[in-house]
Structure formats: C-alpha cells, structure tokens
Design a protein. Structure first.
Length: 345
C-alpha cells in the first residue's frame, strides 16, 4: 500500500510539473506572438548581446540560464523591486507589470533599436521604464536625457532626481556620481540651483552607501559649479561657500590633496582660505529668483509669512540644520527660510 501511495504521489508531482512547464511555455509563446503581431524585429545575436551589455552592463555569454533577472539593489529606498527579465534564447525583455501589450512591445523596441515611436509611446503611457533605464542602470542617449532633465528640472529635491545623477552604470557598477550625466545637466541648465544639502552633504557625511571616491566626486561637483558661475561672472558660489563653512575640515582635505588637480576649485578655495584668515566676519544675504523670499513662522511653505525679505538684504543665520534655516532679519524678525535662498558673501 505504501509503495502504491508513493507511486501515485510521484505521478501527481510529475503531472504537476508537466502542467507547470506547459503553462510557462504557453506564456512564452504568447509573448512572442504579441511581439510578432506588433512588428517587433527580433535582434540578431550580436545586436542582442551588444544592447544588453550597453544598457544593463551584463555579458549574457557569462549567464548560463536562458532567462535571468536584471535585478539590482534599488538606489531609492522603497523603490519597486521588479526589473526586466532577459529571455536569452528568444531575445527579448519582459516584466510582469507593463500597463499593456503596447508598453511591452515599445520597451523592447526602444531598448534594442531606440525606436522613436516606441519612445514617444512610453513617454505618455509607461514612462517609469524610461526613468528606470537612467536611474537604475545609468543608461542614456541624448533624447532620453533631454526628457529626464525636463522632468526633474523643477524639483531637484526629489530622490528620483538624485538617483539620476547618483547610481550605478549597469547592473554591476558601483553607486557613485555619474559625472557625464551631471555635467550634461549643468551645461544644459546653467541657471539651475544645485542643492548642496541634498546632493553633496550626504556624500561628505557618509550618510549613504556611496561606493565611489567621495572626496574626489565632491571636488568634481564644486569645480563644475565654480566654472559655471565664473562663465556668468557671478561671485561668490553659494553652494561652495556653504560647504566650506559647514565642513572646514573638508577644505583642509582638499588643500592636502592639491584640490584633486581641479584648477578652478584650487584658485577659488585658496581665495576662500585667505578670506577665512582675515578678520572679516561671514555675512549672509538673501537671493531668490523672485526678487524676494518669504520669512515663515514654521518650517514649511504653507506657514504664516512673517516678513518678505528682498534680494541682497543681509540676514543672521541662527540655525542651519535641515532645509529650513532659522534666521533673523534686519528688522529683528525671526523665522524660517528655505536654505538655498541664503547665500554667503
């Protein structure tokens, strides 16, 4: 009786595996049919390998399984944990969460051929996957970067914006500053305010799992910002001065390392050091694109307005913790302003 039971269980288990395999094969065939019906040209072997390597940083010849996940540890905390699956033999990509079949087809067309119509479809219907290419894998081309830059321009404070500039290049890369992307952004938007607190301070304070050369990458950013301002004949560079005041040891570190051979950073920093050695106190003033900024009663943009402070007006900084700084105006009013409205003379 026991042998019969084992035999029956074996048959049931084997039958279940067959059904499961048949189901998987049917799903695979269905996906292939969807691609065929939407005029997807399955790439040749060399193109397939080349694009998977370029976009995701994976050499598929080193992967023995027919299907494998392009899964990485998310840069943004609590980011969705779904990533594309590569079907090596069939030569396409899939996930479980495409909005519809056209999104699925468009993603494949864009990844393998940079198809313009597929790009436009994803922009308006499933743009998460365009973001994912840049943010998670560090892949870009000119049209993709232009689209992403326009999307983040008005709110650089979001973690999504942060993850455009800081992240991996490919699935196996380190989490560090994507220097070329950052430089392209500065060149395209020379008037944009770069948040020293959001972008640079966490690197210096080692508050994130940064895997690059922290000090060198910060020096790269600062040198770029100084070059930008000098081209526009703007002095001082508020983001740089803020960091030198908040982290005086970092300025010493730069000097000890010859400013990592960045000439603009060196000349600016040495002038800053000379200024620090003088008896002149640090002066703060207001600078806002609107020509004035609002002094708030509490640390938020909906709080009661205590006073409007005009550009150029000197203020006293009482507390610079967080993104809302406690200041005192020349009228002896105290309240909070957003940190990037306060500049240093």
């Amino acid at each position: 009786m026991k042998k019969v039971l084992i035999f029956l269980l074996t048959i049931i288990s084997f039958s279940s595996c067959i059904k499961h395999n048949n189901k998987d094969q049917n799903m695979l065939n269905n996906k292939i049919e969807i691609l065929k019906n939407n005029n997807f040209e399955f790439p040749e072997d060399n193109l397939f390998k080349e694009r998977i390597k370029l976009v995701f940083g994976v050499n598929i010849d080193s992967v023995f399984s027919n299907e494998f996940y392009l899964e990485i540890k998310p840069i943004i905390p609590d980011a969705p944990d779904f990533y594309p699956t590569v079907y090596k033999k069939e030569k396409y990509l899939d996930t479980d969460n495409f909005t519809n079949d056209l999104s699925f087809v468009s993603f494949n067309k864009y990844v393998f051929y940079e198809d313009k119509m597929a790009f436009n479809y994803l922009k308006f219907n499933d743009n998460y996957y365009l973001y994912m290419l840049v943010q998670d894998y560090g892949y870009y081309n000119n049209e993709l970067l232009e689209y992403i830059f326009k999307e983040i321009k008005n709110d650089l404070e979001t973690p999504f914006a942060y993850s455009v500039f800081f992240g991996r290049i490919g699935i196996h890369g380190n989490w560090e500053l994507r220097k070329e992307i950052f430089q392209k952004y500065i060149n395209q938007y020379p008037d944009v305010n770069i948040s020293a607190t959001s972008f640079i301070a966490p690197i210096i304070e080692e508050k994130n799992p940064y895997e690059g050369n922290r000090e060198y990458d910060v020096a790269f950013i600062l040198n770029l910002l100084i070059e930008r301002n000098q081209k526009k004949d703007i002095y001082p560079v508020g983001e740089v001065d803020y960091l030198f005041i908040k982290y005086p040891n970092f300025l010493k570190h730069l000097k000890n390392n010859n400013y990592y051979s960045f000439p603009k950073l060196k000349s600016y920093s040495e002038n800053q050091s000379d200024s620090d050695n003088s008896d002149n106190p640090i002066e703060y003033y207001i600078q806002d694109p609107d020509g004035f900024t609002n002094l708030r009663k509490e640390k938020n943009s909906k709080s009661e307005i205590v006073q409007q402070i005009k550009n150029g007006e000197k203020v006293e900084v009482l507390n610079e913790e967080g993104k809302w700084w406690l200041i005192k105006t020349q009228k002896e009013k105290q309240g909070y302003v957003y940190y990037d409205r306060v500049k240093v003379k």
